[in-house]
Design a protein around this ligand. Structure first.
Ligand code: FE2
Ligand code: FE2
Length: 139
């Protein structure tokens, strides 16, 4: 795959990760009730995970001679939400994210290091998804 195109795709992923940081931080400010502490801490932790991913992707962009974006993907702002509604929104966003990473994987197979880096991120996104599904599970 052409380097220019790889950089473009990585910038798309960076936009998503930056949006993820904003979304999780926003959610972390809006947790009320008896479950506030653990849920708020989970959201903060996820914001940090998204920061880690953004750093990995951003550094790769400059390593390839590209320029990292300052744009961020759209973050929903539905106003007041319950914890469950926020978790559902996060689950959908995580699912979109993993699809983007997975679509990218076969295109960079020849770059073993980049491929491995993306696989590691995919594994973490998968854990985020499974965790959110368990948090939303009723029985
Ligand atoms: Fe991520
Ligand atoms: Fe994630």
């Amino acid at each position: 795959m052409e380097t220019k195109l790889v950089i473009e795709k990585l910038n798309g992923l960076l936009e998503e990760e930056l949006a993820s940081i904003v979304r999780y931080l926003h959610h972390s400010f809006l947790v009320f009730g008896p479950m506030r502490i653990p849920v708020m801490e989970l959201f903060r932790k996820r914001a940090k995970d998204a920061t880690t991913h953004a750093v990995l992707v951003g550094e790769k962009i400059t390593a390839l001679g590209g320029h990292p974006t300052v744009k961020i993907s759209e973050v929903l702002e539905p106003g007041k939400q319950t914890i469950e509604e926020m978790l559902k929104e996060d689950l959908e966003a995580e699912k979109d994210m993993i699809i983007r990473y997975k679509k990218f994987l076969p295109l960079v197979e020849e770059d073993v290091a980049l491929h491995f880096l993306l696989c590691q991120i995919v594994e973490e996104e998968q854990l985020h998804i499974e965790d959110l599904e368990k948090l939303l599970r009723k029985e």
